[in-house]
Write a protein that binds this ligand. Sequence first.
Ligand SMILES: *Cc1c(COP(=O)(O)O)cnc(C)c1O
Length: 407
Amino acid sequence: MKGFTTQIVHNDRLSDIEHGAVHKPIHTSVAYGYDSTEELAAVFQGKKPGFTYGRQINPTVEALENKVSQMENGLRTVCFGTGMAAIGTAFFALLRRGDHVVSSAFLFGNTNSLFNSFIAQGVDVSFVDATSVEAVEAAITDKTKLIFVETIANPRTQVSALAEIGELCAARGLIYVVDNTMTSPYLFQPIKVKASLVVNSLTKYIGGHGNALGGAITEMGNFDWQQFPNIYDDYKGGDPRMWGITQIKKKGLRDFGASLSGEAAHHISIGAETLALRLERQCTNAQKMAEFLAGHDQVQKVFYPGLADHPQAARSAELFKYGGALFSFELNDQVDLWAYMDRLNVIIRSTNLGDNRTLAIPVAHTIYYEMGAERRASMGIADSLIRVSVGIEDLDDLIEDLSQAFG
Ligand SMILES: *Cc1c(COP(=O)(O)O)cnc(C)c1O
């Protein structure tokens, strides 16, 4: 079985599901009983496979972890209650006071907020223009342990210098963390650019239905954890490629407890089965909608990697299957942003992305409001910028909605 979707829909069944069920049932038990004390001890000591306690392991969550590993072509995945929990727990587990991180400046807003919290706790973070490998390299110090980038940034859709930064991390022995949420493993597999760890917010495209929160970290096997000073002795057993992800799970997930529930894992697993089908439709819709708006005389600018005038159009075409399912656009001065938004009928005025429904949000007045006008200007966020997360609706309905909203 080789195809992306074939593998996902058969993944559960091939690992021996109870009662011959064709997909993994929802397990809700927090604890597990054992036939003998010896077995109980062996499972707790990690000498025998088995289930200990729901904060760190659950059969339904484990089935999803296997699926994410397969989609990303990685070695092992740990799931979390949200994407933010995945990033925060990984940072907490791997970094110590005095360590330094180089991060893309074009970040999901909450990740930006999280990194500022780490700065307050003594882990330093430099924010740089990650579309340029030179900018990333210039920020590296002798304290740098990790480089963090997103694939396509939201809302302005900058595409990081993914391959070049991967080479840089390999040459300098740095952990390379790629947040693949915006592309998902269907459009892009960060293992191709030598990522060490891959982040996915399962809430977005992988889950796809806006009905469950979740996050994941996947180990790619590219990083030499033997030369990484922050691994505790307890986690240095076995295959050294697994030391980092083991510490994230055994130290991070245990200490912070941001666990994914069996119910949420089930929703996300069912969603993941149609990831490729949904994204095919969402990305072709996005391309056509972006082209429509780019040709409209009341639109100032459209930001979408699938448009020829996008600064990283060539990089996007080379790395990603499509230019993604999210774009943003600025209205001309004569169009009233609030009236335009209010006239949308099919497209929902809402945050979130990756839903089957098309969602639009005026960025400066909502998700980027708190950071203030100066910081928004430095990030190129105009007051009239609208972000659109494209769904699976029929294209004609979406174009008609965008068009009639000009009034
Ligand atoms: C949404 C998002 C996250 C956080 O995921 P949650 O599941 O909402 O916590 C992280 N990174 C990116 C790129 C996102 O879009």
